[in-house]
Design a protein around this ligand. Sequence first.
Ligand SMILES: Cc1cc2nc3c(=O)[nH]c(=O)nc-3n(C[C@H](O)[C@H](O)[C@H](O)COP(=O)(O)OP(=O)(O)OC[C@H]3O[C@@H](n4cnc5c(N)ncnc54)[C@H](O)[C@@H]3O)c2cc1C
Length: 301
Amino acid sequence: MSDIRCADGRFTGVPKKYDFSFSLNTTYGCGGTAKVALFPRSETEGTAIFSFLLNSGENFCILGCGSNVLAQDGRFEGYVLSTANMKGITVPEHCRDDVVLNVASGVKVSELLSFCKNEGLTGLEYLAGIPASVGGLVFMNGGAGGKYIADNVVSVRVASPELKELSAEDCEFTYKHSTMRDIKCLILSVKLRTRRSEPRIVATNILKRLADRRSLPAGRSCGCVFENYCGVSAGKIIENAGLKGVRIGGAYVSPSHANFILNCGRSSSDVYSLIQFVKNEVYKKFGITLKEEVCFIGEFK
Ligand SMILES: Cc1cc2nc3c(=O)[nH]c(=O)nc-3n(C[C@H](O)[C@H](O)[C@H](O)COP(=O)(O)OP(=O)(O)OC[C@H]3O[C@@H](n4cnc5c(N)ncnc54)[C@H](O)[C@@H]3O)c2cc1C
């Protein structure tokens, strides 16, 4: 595996991009650049790069679709390990109506659902409209409408740095959390449970979910910024604190959904300052410490 890396650390043979722009590669549309982003195309390449970065003590971050991250302004002195080229969906097992899919971590939710629609596989339609990669979704235990990806996970293959197949139980999924958030690992692929249905039915379910999501705020965001608090909607708490519409520079709290902080400028610092402001105000008013769902890349002051 180490043959993909030159002695000078240039990772020969692996697609890469210098001066990788976070503003062009995250849904927030702000943030500076990283010196280099690496785009492994297989589990072997991903594992080799991840192991090298981990063992060498290099600063690095893992990026899926960039839909739940806020990256610092200026220069991020580290590598980006992007899963954008880790693609592929296979069907390793099926038993009567139950079909297990093996999905590479860089597959987007939209790509996964398009596969399911074509093959007539049901059970994942609740994910429609989430702008995530499968790896990012499993990392965060994302979901919608009261369902979470944990409900479909059979197992997760990770580099940690050695290869491991974690069962759903090993992943210890809870609300917006998985064990992968606690250990340093790269999610390589995920086995997901689906059921046989008909393409027409799956397509209808997807369209319904997409229609339900039309009321979500449009604009540059990371979706919900904070986790719900003890089962209470963080959006409601922020709204009750009177913070809808509050603005710092190019960042503002959505007037329609208070857990969305939208960016209409260029500065991650504005977004970060507003996140901290909301957190402090909620604490002052209600004594509640909201926890960020958004993941930060780099340093913020
Ligand atoms: C408009 C909008 C709507 C949204 N709606 C929802 C929703 O309904 N439900 C929901 O749950 N979320 C929602 N989100 C948030 C976001 O899509 C999810 O949190 C998603 O799981 C992030 O996936 P990603 O691939 O974009 O990960 P990224 O944002 O790229 O990364 C998020 C974190 O996961 C880590 N990570 C990513 N891939 C891997 C990997 N392969 N191995 C290890 N670590 C990895 C990253 O290091 C980072 O810490 C929304 C976001 C937006 C912008």
